[in-house]
Design a protein. Structure first.
Length: 323
């Protein structure tokens, strides 16, 4: 796993490389930012850089034994904790801690990576806190989360915060094309991924993109439709289970386009430019004020989705706002 394998985040990469080169590596890092932008991958690339035997030009070699083991998930000095049934529990944290007090077997660093750290129970966070307060030498903690505000302040105060932002569209397209995705499909997924390569990859693996045109036209046809037809559309979104969030993201892109169209933006500025004509017709029927209200529904849902997705409530409100 190398920094070169991760799309974007050049400032973060430079910061971590400088810290390693100057031997000023924090004992605990908090990688926080949107989901699917590469936080966990950067954490593994950073560990690979720390233990690489032949690093050069600000990156690990990717060929030596430690590099290959980090990439394969077999590096003996790396422990990764992930939620089980929605939580990182105290037993998992307690089991991981004793290993940190031994010298690295491969060296020169040991690492404990807690993925989705916001899923730690309070007891698990307190158990981790005891070791964070008096960290063993040559040990790196990395907490990865999209919602750092959920973690106890005592934990946050002992971590060096590394913020991650959205990935530029060009970088995401380049990443997908490098993985063998056709450029047109890569651009379509990127346009709806909101700066998240992980979300773009998920969209490519789901039927949402393939059904995008029919779905969008079905939503736009709700202008003037009966309440029964609107509820039927809402049922379809909410009952999709695995694809429901992707459909909501697609609805966000359409409502954003409606706002832009109502404000007179050119077709090239839309996220669904191939559907500009029905989008403009819809925008003309609902008007700017109602378009803003539609956007408010989705903005509120998006702000709360990590804590309470409530997709059915949001999509019901959305379709009932359409005049």
């Amino acid at each position: 796993m190398r920094f070169a394998d991760v799309a974007g985040h050049e400032a973060v990469k430079e910061l971590l490389v400088r810290a390693a080169d100057r031997e000023r590596v924090p004992h605990a890092c908090l990688f926080h930012g949107p989901e699917g932008v590469g936080k966990r991958t950067i954490a593994l690339a950073f560990l690979s850089y720390l233990v690489c035997r032949d690093r050069a030009d600000g990156d690990s070699c990717g060929r030596c034994v430690p590099c290959r083991q980090v990439s394969d998930g077999t590096f003996v000095d790396l422990a990764v904790l992930q939620p089980e049934k929605g939580y990182v529990k105290i037993d998992a944290v307690r089991d991981a801690m004793p290993r940190l007090y031994y010298q690295p077997l491969v060296g020169p660093w040991k690492c404990l990576l807690i993925d989705d750290a916001h899923a730690m129970t309070l007891e698990a966070a307190n158990a981790a806190l005891k070791t964070l307060e008096e960290p063993p030498s040559s040990t790196l903690f990395v907490l990865v989360t999209p919602t750092p505000d959920v973690l106890p302040r005592t934990v946050l105060s002992r971590c060096f915060a590394v913020p991650f932002g959205p990935v530029a569209a060009a970088d995401t397209v380049r990443l997908l094309v490098g993985r063998g995705v056709e450029e047109e499909a890569a651009r379509a997924a990127t346009a709806r991924a909101r700066g998240s390569p992980g979300r773009a990859i998920r969209l490519l693996d789901s039927p949402v993109l393939a059904e995008r045109e029919d779905f969008v036209k079905g939503f736009l046809a709700l202008a003037g439709a009966s309440a029964e037809e609107r509820m039927r559309f809402a049922d379809g979104v909410a009952s999709s289970k695995d694809d429901a969030e992707d459909l909501m993201d697609l609805l966000e892109s359409v409502v954003q386009d409606v706002l832009l169209a109502a404000a007179g933006a050119p077709d090239a500025g839309l996220r669904n430019p191939d559907l500009a004509e029905p989008i403009r017709e819809f925008a003309g029927r609902v008007g700017q004020d109602r378009a803003v209200r539609l956007a408010d529904v989705l903005l509120e849902w998006d702000a709360n989705r990590r804590y309470s997705p409530a997709i059915r409530v949001a999509v019901d409100r959305l379709v009932l706002e359409i005049p």
